[in-house]
Write a protein that binds this ligand. Structure first.
Ligand code: 48H
Length: 259
C-alpha cells in the first residue's frame, strides 16, 4: 500500500533536514555550471562541507547547450585528466581537441559532485551577501520563482567561511558585492572590469589566472573570473571551466591550512 501522505512527509522531512544542515557550510558556491560543479566535486572529495545554490531547475549552466545548441563540447589536453578521473567519455578529434557529449558530461559531473557529499539546491537564487568585518561570510537566498514573479517576499540567510562566485558571464555575486562596498574589489580598478570579445586561446589561459580571491573570503571561478578581471570569452571550449573549478577548490584547501 502506497500512501500519498507518507510520500509527502518523506519529501518534506528529508528536504528540510538537508536544508537545515546546509545553514552553515565551509564553502558556498553560487551556480551549478561546469566550474561550480567541478569545484563542488573537488571540495567534497576533500571532505570540505560545501553547498551549491543554483537558480535554475536543472544544474549544468551552459553545458547542455554546447555550441549554438549542438550538444557537443570541446576540451583541450590540459583538462583531459579531469574527464578521465570523472570517467566522462572523450573522443580525440584532432591533436589537442577532444570532444564530449554535453549531456553525459553534465549527468556524470552532477552525480559525482553529489556523491562526494556536496549538496546542490536547485531553484534557489542568491540575491545578496553577508559581510562582517569586511569579510564575506554567507549569502542571502530566495526561491527563483519569487524573483521571477516579482513577489515581495523576504529572503533567508545561510552562512559559510568562503563563498565562490561560479555564476557565469554575469558574475552576479561579485556584482552584488561591488554594489554594496564600492570599488574595493581585488581587481586593478577595484571594480568589475568586464568580459572581452571572443578569443579562445587567451580566454582559456586567463580564466585560470583570474580564478582567485576577489574580496576577503570571496573567490571567483569559471566565466565569472574573466568577467571580473577582464579576460576574453572563449566560446564553447569547456576545459578552462573544469580546470578553473579544480583550481578554486585547491586555493580554498590551501587557505584553510593557513587560517
Ligand atoms: C544562483 C545563479 C545565480 C544566482 C547565476 O554560466 P555557467 O555555465 O557558468 P560557468 O562559468 O561554470 O561556465 C561557463 C560556460 O557555461 C559558458 O558560458 C562559456 C564557456 N561561455 C563562453 C562564451 O564565449 O560564451 O553556469 C552558471 C550557473 C547557471 O546555472 C546559473 O543559473 C547560475 O550559475 N546562477 N544561481 N543564484 N544569483 N546567477
Amino acid at each position: 500500500m502506497l500512501d500519498e501522505i507518507k510520500i509527502t512527509r518523506a519529501i518534506i522531512d528529508t528536504y528540510f533536514k538537508k536544508l537545515i544542515d546546509a545553514l552553515e557550510s565551509e564553502v558556498i558556491i553560487v551556480g551549478a555550471g561546469p566550474s561550480g560543479l567541478t569545484a563542488g566535486y573537488y571540495l567534497g572529495k576533500e571532505k570540505i562541507k560545501t553547498t551549491i545554490f543554483e537558480r535554475n531547475l536543472r544544474p549544468g549552466g551552459g553545458m547542455p547547450g554546447g555550441g549554438m545548441m549542438f550538444n557537443q563540447m570541446v576540451i583541450q589536453k590540459e583538462a583531459k585528466e579531469i574527464f578521465e578521473e570523472l570517467e566522462i567519455s572523450l573522443e580525440e578529434y584532432e591533436a589537442n581537441y577532444f570532444t564530449a557529449d554535453t549531456l553525459e558530461a553534465l549527468g556524470i559531473l552532477t552525480a559525482k559532485c553529489l556523491q562526494t557529499g556536496t549538496k546542490i539546491f536547485n531553484l534557489i537564487t542568491c540575491e545578496d551577501v553577508l559581510i562582517r568585518e569586511e569579510k564575506i561570510c554567507g549569502v542571502v537566498i530566495n526561491w527563483t520563482s519569487v524573483e521571477e514573479a516579482h513577489l515581495h517576499v523576504d529572503p533567508l540567510t545561510v552562512r559559510s567561511q568562503y563563498v565562490i562566485d561560479a555564476s557565469g558571464h554575469q558574475a552576479e555575486v561579485v556584482r552584488i558585492v561591488e554594489k554594496k562596498i564600492g570599488q574595493r574589489l581585488f581587481t586593478p580598478t577595484g571594480g568589475i572590469i568586464g568580459e572581452g570579445p571572443m578569443w579562445a586561446e587567451t580566454g582559456e589561459r586567463t580564466i585560470l589566472e583570474n580564478t582567485k580571491e576577489v574580496y576577503h573570503n570571496l573567490f571567483v571561478c569559471g566565466m565569472a573570473a574573466n568577467t571580473v578581471f577582464g579576460g576574453p570569452r572563449m566560446g564553447p571550449i569547456f576545459g578552462g571551466m573544469f580546470l578553473s573549478g579544480r583550481k578554486v577548490a585547491q586555493l580554498i584547501k590551501e587557505r584553510r591550512k593557513i587560517s
